[in-house]
Design a protein around this ligand. Structure first.
Ligand code: 5GP
Length: 114
């Protein structure tokens, strides 16, 4: 039995359209379809894992964060990185991803709200 591809696997396969801002052999970065900040990107490893704590390889974890911080710096300069893990943590798509949020005028240093 094969598992159905995740939403993000379908985006990676170009089966579902998305605005791609960065791609290499291992990662894709897309614009979020329902942005929660003026700029909202998703950094998605092409290798499937359901959630961040399923990534157990140190090099993989390191490359994921390096990719997210590098693309965030290039695209935004200043930014916030967020991960939702599990339903209780607000995760809706069970394919590991890092949110890049930013583009707030004059900074966004107080609290974690919108
Ligand atoms: P999560 O809640 O799992 O951490 O984040 C999933 C994110 O995926 C949400 O911010 C949601 O807006 C975004 N999303 C859901 N469906 C699509 C889609 O079809 N295309 C894109 N680009 N983003 C999506």
């Amino acid at each position: 039995m094969t598992n159905a591809p995740t939403l993000f696997e379908r985006i990676i396969a170009r089966d579902i359209p998305a605005e791609i801002v960065y791609e290499d052999g291992d990662y894709i970065v897309i614009k979020d379809i329902a942005p929660k900040a003026p700029i909202h990107l998703l950094v998605i490893p092409k290798k499937f894992s359901a959630r961040i704590d399923d990534v157990t390889d140190e090099a993989e974890m390191g490359r994921l964060w390096l990719t997210a911080s590098r693309v965030a710096r290039q695209q935004l300069g200043d930014y916030r990185l967020v991960i939702n893990a599990g339903k209780g943590g607000g995760q809706e798509v069970f394919h590991t991803h890092i949110h890049i949020l930013g583009g707030w005028e004059g900074g966004h240093s107080v609290g974690f709200g919108e």
